[in-house]
Design a protein around this ligand. Structure first.
Ligand code: NAD
Length: 425
């Protein structure tokens, strides 16, 4: 694919939201975005910050910071996950919310973008503390959330358990059962089959599509995956199921390399019986996370945290394809280096859109009160990812730019129309 035009921002940004805007600006220029529309997209619609005083197990009160940003509702109610991590802050939440706007538009979903989070370390909290914290957050956000307003879902550090707590509190406060106000919930409470693996599945489909477009042979391909949580684990499992050899895996406790390819089932079993982490795994030799990111593989899947592929790492990346399972794993400065090296990057706003797509299916099923089989969900999700991939590829080819900017352009086409139709006060 062509790497000729300007398609990466010029400078590095400390603020994650600024880094989103930097990419938006590049795409807006290439696309010729109307300035009025650009201004709307540069500013989140709503930013909420709450203090959450929680009685901890030791009898002392600890006050946590909670956030929710609605970046855009132009194409529908805002949609986006809730993150529990120590580095959660308003800048990060704004950036993640904006990405959701673009991601939902790329996936062709009738949603805008939102994101939320609590600054906390869930690994250091008891289940009781987490339940109280989640319920306090839900109570504080009761006016923000809503099935046709703003629909949360899991993100880093949260899962179906937290979604069940959110739903329960919300239902109690509004006095009705509204299962579609949250997605990624347990199946017994109205969750969708296929949701848990959906993001990893989308990563797998995006990988296969990218291989087809770039002429890479799947049968002899090798991959390294960073992160062994919801996205990483299912990506590893599903890529392996397609015959792709997984040579490197990792989580926050360690990274491992196996020249012959991992026994993925064994790694999953090990983590399951080891508090969910890979620490001490003997199925490969220990490396560090930078070695994983720069290892000699065909496909690199960062599926853990943001900003791991910075300029220094980008200069050493050996993979030919990067499929961004995580949100924002590549810094704006690294984009240019990867681009110059001819590495095809399937951007987050396309590659990890499988999760929000099945969240949308969950919402539709909740609205209808009629539920689909896992095969139905997977078939619809795969078709949706293939279509989104083609649209992004087409736009990147048309504008002679990389897939990241092609993805932004795909989103901007819809957002510009939506904003213009809605008009201004
Ligand atoms: P998770 O909490 O389930 O897993 C995160 C994984 O990353 C864990 O294995 C953790 O050990 C690992 N990790 C954390 N810090 C690390 C480090 N410094 N080095 C290596 N590994 C590290 O989270 P998740 O839901 O899998 O989300 C991962 C990424 O994917 C995030 O960027 C998230 O925003 C994005 N994402 C998630 C979904 C979803 O449906 N869960 C959807 C779209 C995007």
């Amino acid at each position: 694919m062509s790497t000729k035009t300007v398609n990466a921002p010029e400078k590095q940004h400390d603020s994650m939201f600024e880094a989103v805007l930097a990419r938006l600006d590049v795409a807006a220029k290439i696309f010729g975005l109307n300035d009025n529309v650009g201004q709307v997209l540069r500013n989140p619609e709503k930013m909420v910050r709450v203090s959450l005083p929680i009685m901890m197990d030791n009898g002392k009160v600890q006050v946590f910071d909670g956030y929710r940003t609605v970046h855009s509702t132009v194409l529908g109610p805002s949609k986006g996950g809730i993150r529990y991590a120590m580095d959660v802050n308003s800048d990060e939440v704004n950036a993640l919310a904006a990405w959701m706007t673009f991601k939902c538009a790329v996936a062709n979903l009738p949603y805008g973008g939102g994101k939320g989070g609590i600054k906390c370390d869930p690994k250091k909290m008891s289940v009781g503390e987490l339940e109280r914290l989640t319920k306090a957050y839900a109570a504080s956000m009761v006016d923000v959330f809503g099935v046709n307003k703003d629909i949360p879902a899991p993100d880093m550090g949260t899962g179906k358990r937290e979604m069940a707590w959110l739903l329960t509190t919300y239902n109690k406060m509004v006095g009705e059962d509204s299962p579609g106000m949250v997605t990624g919930k347990p199946i017994t409470l109205g969750g969708s089959r296929g949701r848990e693996a959906a993001t990893g599945r989308g990563v797998m489909v995006a990988t296969i599509e990218a291989m087809k477009k770039t002429g890479m042979d799947r049968k002899s391909a090798t991959a390294a995956v960073q992160g062994f949580g919801n996205v990483g684990l299912h990506a590893v499992r599903l890529l392996a199921s397609k015959g792709i050899k997984i040579l490197a895996i990792s989580d926050h406790t360690g990274a491992y390399w196996n020249e012959k390819g991992f026994d993925v089932e064994a790694a999953m079993k090990f983590a399951q019986g080891n508090g969910g982490v890979l620490k001490g795994f003997t199925g490969g030799t220990e490396i560090n996370n930078t070695e994983l990111l720069t290892s000699k593989v065909d496909v690199l899947v960062p599926a853990a945290i943001q900003n791991v592929i910075n300029e220094e790492v980008a200069a050493k990346v050996q993979a030919k394809l990067i499929i961004e399972g995580a949100n924002g794993p590549t810094t704006a400065g690294a984009d240019k280096i990867l681009n110059d090296k001819g590495i095809v990057v399937v951007p987050d706003i396309l590659a990890n859109g499988g999760g929000v797509t099945v969240s949308y299916f969950e919402w539709v099923q909740n609205k209808y009160g009629h539920y689909w089989s896992e095969d139905e969900v997977n078939a619809k999700a795969d078709a949706s990812m293939e279509k989104a991939f083609d649209a992004v590829w087409y736009n990147s080819q048309q504008h002679k730019t990389n897939m990241r900017i092609g993805a932004y352009i795909t989103a901007l086409r819809k957002l510009e129309k939506g904003i213009n139709y809605r008009g201004f006060y």
